[in-house]
Design a protein around this ligand. Structure first.
Ligand code: ATP
Ligand code: MG
Length: 428
């Protein structure tokens, strides 16, 4: 036998058993964004490498060591997108969507980073991203956070904590950066190799270190808040008031940073304790300097990205999967006449009840055998159509999950009974 070829490490198949959960997640997210007036944009999976170098920055984990970069047949350097913001800004500029107007955009799809695969961290993963352009105030920052909070609510997720910080403007950060560098230099012995390297190019990222040995030296570092000017303080204050008014609770996390100059003011993350070290399911913030850095006119911008694998992991540990992938009913048909009539009955039920999830037994066989299949399908009810039922214009209605005994229903009452059953299935 020929040797089988395996998938690439860190790139996972999403199997039929899991796709109902993905579709549920994607549908709910799309519905929320649609209701807030956001429009979808679809952008290529591959871009010029230069785009990511210029937008994400040379001294970042992504550009330094995580990108899938290759030369195409013309010798151009291309990169599989590690995130969506850069491509979104590029597409917006190229198609005249950004200058002198406001945009509320979203996208979704696979992203690629060559990281060490582990729980919640893959080499191909999926994000839903939102980017808004031309809106400068704290009101849009608030709107984005309200959208994310609604997404969690409508997915039935609990236990997510909103962490919030402000980075001020590039200028305010410049002063702070000097203070920070001298502080870390005074404690250079406590820094790990990564942090020593960052001290030169990207000292703010040291605050974001995941190394537990660094916790003390990071915890005692000076914070940016003391270096903020009046306008930045006010922006932050107004956002906080908006969150309070909307009853969205948050914790201030002064160590929440992004290392690059084009970030400004608001940054936020949604974090769960239930996924171990990979607990951030959504990261967002304001990046007023990026459009200009990519060749556009100065344009304010703010967005977020949700890591879908991590949300899926949270959904998997709730009971939602079980409810989603399960048929409502499995139609058992005994004898040739019933098999013929049953297929037509099923079609009529599907016409009448669009939400109904109905599986027809195929391949004939006896009662016991068909009922076993019904049970294996995890359906909530079996419908049983045999010769007797056909003659009497009835159908057997058998709960399969311990909700009482089999009943014989008049055919005329079947549709109504199933309508009740679906409501129950979707609501509980
Ligand atoms: P981390 O610090 O965990 O590496 P990041 O700062 O690189 O995260 P972002 O670039 O802000 O992450 O991406 C936004 C979200 O995308 C993350 O919060 C996370 O949910 C998800 N994400 C990022 N990298 C991966 C990955 N390799 N596998 C799965 N999800 C990821
Ligand atoms: Mg990362």
């Amino acid at each position: 036998m020929a040797k089988q070829i395996q998938a690439i490490r860190g790139m996972k198949d999403i199997l039929p058993r899991q796709t109902p959960l993905w579709q549920f997640l994607e549908d709910r997210v799309r519905s929320v964004l649609d209701r807030y007036g956001y429009a979808e944009i679809r952008i290529p999976v591959v871009e010029m490498t230069e785009l990511f170098k210029r937008s994400i920055g040379e001294v970042t984990d992504i550009v330094e060591k995580e990108m899938y970069t290759f030369a195409d047949r013309n010798g151009d350097s291309l990169t599989l997108r590690p995130e969506g913001t850069a491509g979104c800004v590029r597409a917006g500029l190229e198609n005249g969507l950004i200058f002198n107007q406001t945009q509320r955009l979203w996208y979704q799809g696979p992203m690629f980073r060559h990281e060490r695969p582990q729980q919640g961290r893959y080499r191909q993963f999926h994000q839903v991203g939102v980017e808004t352009f031309g809106l400068a105030g704290p009101d849009i920052d608030l709107e984005l956070i309200l959208i994310t909070a609604r997404i969690w609510r409508e997915l039935g997720l609990q236990g997510l904590e909103l962490q919030l910080n402000t980075l001020g403007t590039a200028e305010e950060r410049g002063h702070y950066r000097d203070r920070l560098v001298s502080y870390f230099q005074s404690r250079i012995d406590a820094l790990d190799d990564d942090s020593r390297r960052r001290l030169e190019g990207n000292p703010l990222r040291i605050l974001d270190s995941k190394n537990p040995d660094m916790a003390a030296v990071v915890g005692e570092a000076p914070t940016l808040m003391a270096h903020l000017g009046e306008a930045s303080l006010q922006h932050f204050e107004q956002l906080r008031q908006g969150l309070d008014a909307a009853r969205v609770s948050y914790v201030l996390n002064p160590r929440l940073v992004r290392g690059l100059d084009y970030y400004s003011r608001t940054v936020f993350e949604w974090v769960t304790g239930s996924l171990g070290a990979q607990g951030t399911v959504c990261a967002g913030g304001r990046y007023d300097g990026l459009v200009e850095q990519l060749g556009g006119k100065p344009t304010t911008a703010v967005g977020f990205a949700i890591g879908l694998e991590r949300v899926i992991a949270m959904l998997e540990s709730s009971d939602v999967t079980e409810r989603l992938s399960r048929p409502d009913v499995y139609l058992v048909m005994l004898g040739e006449a019933a098999a013929r009539e049953g297929m037509q009955l099923a079609e009529r039920l599907r016409d009448a009840l669009p939400a109904l999830r109905l599986v027809c037994h195929c391949g004939g066989g006896g009662f016991k055998n068909q009922l076993k299949k019904a049970d294996k399908s995890r359906a909530r009810y079996a419908l049983i159509l045999g010769e007797d039922e056909l003659v009497r214009n009835e159908i057997g209605f058998k709960p399969l999950r311990g909700e009482g005994e089999q009943q014989q229903l008049r055919m005329a009452h079947l549709q109504e009974r199933l309508a009740q059953a679906i409501v129950r299935v979707n609501d509980d």
